[in-house]
Design a protein around this ligand. Sequence first.
Ligand code: C5P
Length: 233
Amino acid sequence: MNQLLVALDVDTVAEARALADQLRGAVGGFKIGSRLFTSHGPAFVEELVSHGDRVFLDLKFHDIPNTVGGAVAAATRLGVWMLNVHAAGGRAMMRAARAAADEEAARRSRPAPLVIAVTMLTSLDQQALGDIGLTAPVTEQVERLAALAHAVGLDGVVASPHEIEIIRRRCGSDFTIVTPGIRGPADAQGDQMRTMSATEALAAGASYVVVGRPVIGAGDPRGAAERIAAACS
Ligand code: C5P
């Protein structure tokens, strides 16, 4: 199975569609985040799903359990393959997400989407965590939230390259770990601080890697995706 997910981080459906058309067959799925979703809503998700694409809806839901349950049910109706919530929303919120995905999928006789959790945003360093009253070391906080997501029956977590091993050890081999922050030796780091190559991340235990700019910003996006996918297999 192709473990490369490409982030369609562009502003317009026209750009996203052109990329998806170029990359289809060379990648394992597409990630749609709040940027594209906020401008163009669910129609584009449905369009990709109708092509048979696997869509990871990266909207990081974080609200009271009833509201998150409703949002997860709506995403399940769109036919997404994977979606995420913030683990910091707590046990009851994650349980509501799990239940909504399972119940809505059962109603439609289709497989439930993978429901994964964001542990700590990688943009938060120790000082930023201190600002919001979290004094535990980042890795301890990540491990705690991953273990909670696992305990309530979520399928996995989003994890930075350097958190993979600790989560894999704590949550076992069936837990899905999705890792952004992927860069090859020739790629610009951009705003990603701690990166790994796709091969290194998968060797460390990632289930999927998410790659944005090194593919969508390349002169030949399909060639770039094929090179990364080949290095992963
Ligand atoms: O362009 P780049 O490869 O850095 O894109 C990585 C993608 O993964 C972006 O869509 C970014 O929002 C997302 N992401 C991330 N770090 C996280 C969570 C998500 O880079 N911790």
